[in-house]
Ligand binder design. Structure first.
Ligand SMILES: CCCCCCCCCCCCCC(=O)CSCCNC(=O)CCNC(=O)[C@H](O)C(C)(C)COP(=O)(O)OP(=O)(O)OC[C@H]1O[C@@H](n2cnc3c(N)ncnc32)[C@H](O)[C@@H]1OP(=O)(O)O
Ligand SMILES: CCOC(=O)c1cnc2ccc(OC)cc2c1SCCC#N
Length: 389
């Protein structure tokens, strides 16, 4: 398969897979800032670059509307991700973010937003190296402007703007195979509202199963079972940071979270991200943690339903409470909050609870990528400690 653009990029190339002669680490050295291209890449004359100020309600709404109508769909076009405005405001403004990395393309004449790409800064540890990276996400070209090679220009432009901040690596995921995944993960789904998932055509009634039997199969208790299980609060940030840093140290690739990062990424925000912890009733020690983010999807072409409420497993740590029990409490809370499905990747230690807690394997895969950083031995999903939104 020809990758005319990606073959020009400092990423692992397919032809190099298995070549153990190539050193692990940065592929290209940083260029002196004075040599980074100062002006934006050329767009076709009909279009212009805009920087999207996500503090601005109107701009946020423009980005939201573009993604709502043109972002990722599953292979059967049953769903399209429908990130909320609040979610986008959260995802794109972590500590130290750069507005200049929130890049839009508009039609000069109509000022219509027709494409978007975003980056946020992150410190990612790869084995023993903590690397300053850009996490790239929300790449989207309007359906009417596809296959015009706009994506490569947008990728080069965000790369240029990241370089201007003296950052030379990036991390990103995609459902498509590009040169070259560091690992490939599987989505798993736990039905919380099986009737709705069957009605929309995602799930099918099992053989010799009635609807009422299926509803009973996925039924969950009304309240959580772990004593000391409660919502995370601001005062928990130091303890959760300690717990999470210790836990993530075991993975080959993982975020290097400090307290500011934990406060931003894990403090609960209504309908955006939810976090719970177990505080030992005796010692008041924080021993366990679980979290999930809220990513609804538009249901395409169904008369009875228009939105799927999906929760996505985020970061979980179990040191005292068995992981099964901790995650079952997460399911109980998600069901209580009226989510239809709880999704998880087979990353970190998730495999230990997926089958047991009645998750079913999805048919979608998620490939993880690093830009300008070679990893010699491929990483297994269980060695990956990074969840991108
Ligand atoms: C040091 C800092 C570095 C920062 C940058 C790091 C890198 C960041 C990289 C970005 C990470 C984003 C992560 C992220 O956002 C999460 S993955 C979600 C991506 N977005 C969607 O799937 C939304 C729906 N699809 C679209 O909007 C379009 O189809 C897109 C815009 C995807 C492609 O638009 P198009 O009209 O369909 O296609 P052309 O313009 O004609 O371009 C074709 C070229 O684009 C390559 N392509 C296709 N899909 C890609 C994808 N998902 N990543 C990277 N490359 C992708 C493709 O292989 C081909 O190159 P090749 O000829 O070499 O094969
Ligand atoms: C019911 C299980 O499937 C999903 O939750 C879902 C929802 N919306 C999507 C939108 C685009 C999409 O494109 C790949 C997939 C989905 C999926 S399955 C993969 C995500 C997970 N878990």
């Amino acid at each position: 398969k020809q990758h005319k653009f990606w073959e020009t990029q400092p990423v692992g190339q397919f032809k190099d897979v298995g070549n153990s002669g190539l050193p692990e680490g940065p592929i290209e050295d940083p260029t002196p800032l004075s040599e980074v291209k100062q002006e934006p890449y050329n767009l076709p004359s009909l279009y212009e670059w805009v920087t999207c100020d996500m503090d601005n309600e109107e701009t946020c709404a423009e980005v939201y509307n573009l993604l709502t109508n043109n972002y990722v769909e599953d292979d059967e076009n049953m769903f399209r991700f429908n990130y909320s405005k609040e979610f986008l405001g959260w995802a794109l403004r972590p500590p130290g973010y750069f507005k200049s990395w929130h890049i839009g393309v508009k039609v000069r004449a109509s000022k219509k937003l027709v494409a978007f790409i975003a980056g946020v800064p992150a410190r990612i540890r790869v084995r023993n190296e903590v690397v300053s990276m850009a996490e790239i996400n929300f790449l989207c070209v309007h359906k009417k402007l596809r296959s015009k090679r706009l994506a490569p220009v947008m990728i080069k432009e965000v790369t240029r703007r990241v370089h201007l901040e003296n950052i030379w690596q990036a991390a990103y995921t995609a459902g498509v195979v590009l040169p070259t995944p560091i690992t490939t993960c599987q989505y798993w789904h736990r039905s919380l509202n099986p009737k709705k998932l069957i009605d929309v055509g995602f799930s099918r009634l099992g053989a010799r199963m009635t609807m009422s039997r299926t509803i009973k199969l996925y039924k969950l208790p009304d309240s959580t079972v772990t004593s000391g299980f409660r919502k995370m609060e601001l005062r928990d940030v130091p303890a959760v940071t300690r717990l999470l840093r210790e836990y993530l140290a075991q993975f080959v690739v993982a975020p290097d979270f400090d307290e500011n990062d934990v406060e931003h990424w894990l403090l609960p925000r209504e309908d955006v991200v939810d976090s719970y912890l177990v505080e030992s009733p005796e010692t008041h020690e924080v021993t366990d943690f679980c979290s999930f983010y809220a990513l609804p999807s538009s249901i395409l072409g169904n008369q009875n339903y228009s939105i799927l409420k999906a929760a996505y497993s985020y970061y979980n740590v179990s040191t005292k409470t068995p992981l099964l029990r901790l995650m079952n409490d997460a399911l109980i809370v998600a069901k209580k909050k009226d989510y239809d499905v709880f999704n998880a990747l087979d990353v970190m230690e998730n495999e230990a609870f997926l089958k047991e807690l009645k998750f079913g394997p999805g048919d979608g895969q998620l490939h993880y990528y690093l830009y300008n950083y070679r990893l010699q031995n491929a990483v297994k999903p269980s060695e990956l400690g990074l969840v991108l939104l």
